[in-house]
Every structure is written in C-alpha cells, then in structure tokens.
Design a protein around this ligand. Structure first.
Ligand code: CA
Length: 253
C-alpha cells in the first residue's frame, strides 16, 4: 500500500484525518440510504472520518436509483424508509444481479428481521445504536470480499430454487420437492455447470447416520428430482456424466 506524499503540513491535520489518509489510498465510495436526516448526516461524518467518500439518499426510491447508477463500492441501507423499504431495495438489486456489498443498518433487532435481510441478499446487518468504528470495520470487511455474485435465489435457466423460501420453480410453475430432493437439487445448483461426484452428494446431502446411505440412494433420488423438475417440462437439466457424477446444466435445459 502506498501512502500519500508528505505534504509537510501534518500538524494542520487531525489525528483522524491522518489515520484515514494512511488507511485508504483508493477512494471508497459508499451510499448511505437513511431517512432520518440528522442520523444520515452523522453517519456521513462518521464514515468520512474513517476515510470513506459518502453520498446520502433520504428515501427508498432515490436510494435504489442511486445504488443502481452511482457505481458505489458499498451500500448502507436503513430498513424503514419512505417509498421503498431497505429490504425491497436489496431484493431488487439482487434480482438485477447487482452484487454491490450491502450492509443493513436498522433499529429493528429481532433475529427474524436480521434473517429476512440476509435472506434477501444483504451481506451484513448492524443494529442501532452502533459505533462508527464498528460500521467502518464491517464495511471494510465487505469491501475486501468485493462484489462477487452471491445470489439469494439459485438459478439455471428457468429453473430456480429459493433456499430461504424453500421453493423450487420451473418457469412460473412451483414444483414441490421433499426435503431430501430439495437438498440434493440445491447442492447441484450451487455447483451448476460442474460435475459433482455421487460420493460428494452422498456426504453432503445425506447424514453419516443414515444407514441406507449408499451410492445407489443418490441415483434413486436424482431420478425422483428429474421426474419432478425435468420430465414434465421436456427438459434434461440434471445430466449423468458417466463414471463421474451429475451435472446441472448452467442453462437449466
Ligand atoms: Ca428509517
């Protein structure tokens, strides 16, 4: 990491400013969507003191627009917002395959609220009141991970599986699966486009305690899954790679 050149005027800088300059050699742009203006301004000041460049949106509609168009490195979202909730903003961004790291910041602190936010594709969750040092540290951790694809809903073509809602669909048609079939398909979809060996499926989808678990049971369950998600729709997404295992075609066909 490079530091900025010595300007010879360090004495004029605050300790915080000097620390921030050392920490960030590249400007990191953060969008904060928060309707309580005094809090929004305080968050902006707090993050700027940590070296971030911060823009504010005060309602959900504007927040979504700026998150889409602004090229931010990270987005901090309040949940209860006029126009569009933080949940909806997050859900919409992920539906558009926008993987900008999202941290939800909210007064709602129930564990279900947190789970909802994370299931909708948020990356982290911090409850109010919070420390700016912690917020900045969490943001830096998200930024290190970057905006890699991490879909909340798994897809292969028109086949989709929502792990949180426990729903599988072929196009718009909901396909009921048993828990085991669901787990099997989820595992294959997480590795879509790759060959997954039968033994790997057996060890991840079946408990070691399952006495019936042998490789034949994998074949049987793959058959069940095909009869539900493929055959009625004239597809063959779940392919057998002879001697190697199974593969879900990335295009879901
Ligand atoms: Ca609010």
């Amino acid at each position: 990491m490079n530091t900025l050149p010595d300007t010879g005027c360090e004495e004029a800088e605050s300790a915080v400013g000097a620390r921030s300059r050392l920490r960030h050699t590249v400007l990191v742009r953060v969008l904060v969507v928060e309707d309580e203006r005094r809090l929004a301004a305080a968050v902006k000041r707090g993050l700027e003191a940590e070296g971030f460049v911060v823009d504010l949106a005060h309602d959900g509609v504007n927040g979504l627009h700026m998150a889409r168009e602004g090229g931010y490195d990270s987005v901090v979202l309040d949940i209860m917002l006029p126009g569009l909730s933080g949940y909806k903003i997050c859900e919409q961004l992920r539906a558009e395959r926008n993987w900008v790291p999202v941290l939800i910041l909210s007064a709602k602190d129930g564990e279900y609220d947190q789970a909802d936010g994370l299931d909708l594709g948020a990356d982290d969750y911090l409850t109010k009141p919070f420390s700016y040092v912690v917020l900045a540290a969490r943001l830096r951790a998200l930024l290190r991970r970057g905006a890699v694809p991490r879909p909340a809903v798994l897809r292969a073509g028109d086949l989709s599986l929502d792990p949180a809602a426990r729903v599988v669909r072929r196009g718009s048609v909901e396909v009921p699966l048993t828990p085991r079939e669901f787990a099997l398909l989820e595992y294959l979809l997480r590795r879509a486009g790759e060959v997954v060996p039968k033994a790997e499926l057996l060890s991840h989808v079946w408990d070691a305690a399952d006495e019936i678990a042998d490789l034949n049971v994998v074949e049987v369950y793959v058959g069940y899954v095909r009869r539900k998600i493929d055959a009625p729709f004239g597809r063959h997404a779940v392919r057998t790679i002879r001697g190697a295992g199974y593969l879900v075609a990335a295009d879901g066909g």
